[in-house]
Design a protein around this ligand. Structure first.
Ligand code: ATP
Length: 288
C-alpha cells in the first residue's frame, strides 16, 4: 500500500494536567475524503491543528505528506490548503482579485479561473467579496485554500450555518475536489454530510477514537435494531427488531387476513446519527 497522506500513532495532547487527546491512531490515504466527527470538546480542533503544524503535540508520532508538521517548512505548507471557519478578506476586492492575490503567494498556483469555476462562483467573479452571501463567502474560503493547488485540504465544518441548498452546492464542491484526486480531511457535526461525502470516517469522543471505518459500517451498525412503526385501529405502534423481514411478513400477513388497515407503515434502519449518538453518549463527554 502507498504511504498514507496522514499517519497518526499514539497522538497525545495535554493542556496542563488535562489530556484533550489520549493516544489516537489514524491513517488517511491519498485521494480519500475523510470525515472526523465528534461532539464539542472531543479533541477535533486540537488534532487538526497538530496536523496543520499549528500546535505542538505532547506525545506520539505524526506524519503529514511524509513530514512531521512540527518541523516542516514552506515547501510542505504549500502542499496543504486550510479552510478555516471564516477568513477575513478585503471586502472591496472582487472574487477574482482576491483569488489572484492569494495565488500570488504560491510558487505553483492553480489558475484563478479554474478555481472560480470549481467553487461555482463564475457568476460572482467580478463581485466585491463584501457583497457575497454567507454561502458564497464560504465557497470563496474554499477557493482561497485551493489557490496554491494543494494536495491535501483541511475543511473545518464547511457547511455550518448553510441553508439546505447551499449545503448541497458545497457538497458538490467537495465532490469536485475528490474528482481532482485531492485528499480531504473534513471535520463536521453533520452526520448526513459524512454519510454523503466521506470514504471513511472516525468518531472521536473525550480524546479517544471510538469508531472508524466506512460511514455505512461505523460502529457495527448492522447489529443495531431496525424500527418498525405503524398505526393499527388508531393506535400508534413502534417496535424495535433484529428480524425485520420475519416480523413484517407476520404483521402484514395478519393485517391482510383480518381485513384491517395498516396506516403510516415505516421501516427505519439506524442512521449514522443513531450510531454516533450511541457511541458518543457512552464516552461520558458531558462529565468532562
Ligand atoms: P468543538 O466541536 O467544540 O470545536 P473540538 O472537538 O474541536 O470541539 P477541542 O477544541 O480540540 O475540541 O478541545 C478539546 C478539549 O481541550 C476541550 O475540553 C477544550 O476545552 C480543551 N482545550 C482546547 N484548547 C485548549 C487550550 N489552549 N488550553 C486549555 N484547554 C484547551
Amino acid at each position: 500500500m502507498p504511504e498514507p497522506v496522514i499517519s497518526i500513532r499514539g497522538l497525545r495532547k495535554s493542556y496542563g494536567d488535562f489530556e484533550a487527546v489520549r493516544g489516537i491512531d489514524l491513517d488517511v490515504q491519498a485521494g480519500e475524503v475523510f470525515a472526523f466527527l465528534g461532539p464539542n470538546g472531543a479533541g477535533k480542533t486540537t488534532t487538526v491543528e497538530i496536523l496543520e503544524g499549528y500546535r505542538k503535540r505532547s506525545g506520539g508520532e505524526v506524519a503529514v505528506l511524509g513530514e512531521d508538521p512540527e518541523q516542516a517548512g514552506r515547501a510542505w505548507r504549500e502542499r496543504i490548503g486550510i479552510v478555516l471557519q471564516s477568513c477575513r478578506l478585503d471586502p472591496y476586492l472582487t472574487v477574482r482579485e482576491s483569488l489572484g492575490l492569494y495565488a500570488g503567494y504560491y510558487r505553483a498556483p492553480r489558475p484563478v479561473e479554474e478555481t472560480i469555476e470549481l467553487v461555482g462562483l463564475g457568476a460572482k467573479a467580478d463581485a466585491r467579496t463584501g457583497s457575497l452571501s454567507g454561502g458564497q463567502q464560504r465557497r470563496l474560503d474554499v477557493g482561497m485554500a485551493l489557490a496554491g493547488d494543494p494536495e491535501l485540504l483541511f475543511l473545518d465544518e464547511p457547511t455550518t450555518g448553510f441553508d439546505p441548498s447551499a449545503r448541497r452546492q458545497a457538497w458538490d464542491v467537495i465532490e469536485g475536489l475528490r474528482d481532482l484526486g485531492k485528499t480531504v480531511f473534513l471535520t463536521t457535526h453533520y452526520m448526513d454530510e459524512a454519510q454523503r461525502l466521506a470514504d471513511r470516517a472516525a468518531i472521536i469522543a473525550a480524546g479517544e477514537i471510538v469508531a472508524s471505518g466506512a460511514p455505512g459500517e461505523l460502529g457495527d451498525r448492522e447489529s443495531l435494531p431496525t424500527t418498525i412503526r405503524y398505526r393499527l385501529s388508531g393506535e400508534e405502534v413502534s417496535v424495535e427488531t433484529r428480524t425485520p423481514v420475519t416480523d413484517l411478513h407476520e404483521l402484514t400477513g395478519r393485517v391482510v387476513a383480518e381485513g384491517l388497515d395498516l396506516e403510516g407503515l415505516e421501516v427505519t434502519r439506524p442512521s449514522l446519527e443513531d450510531v454516533y449518538l450511541s457511541l458518543t453518549s457512552e464516552s461520558g463527554e458531558d462529565e468532562r
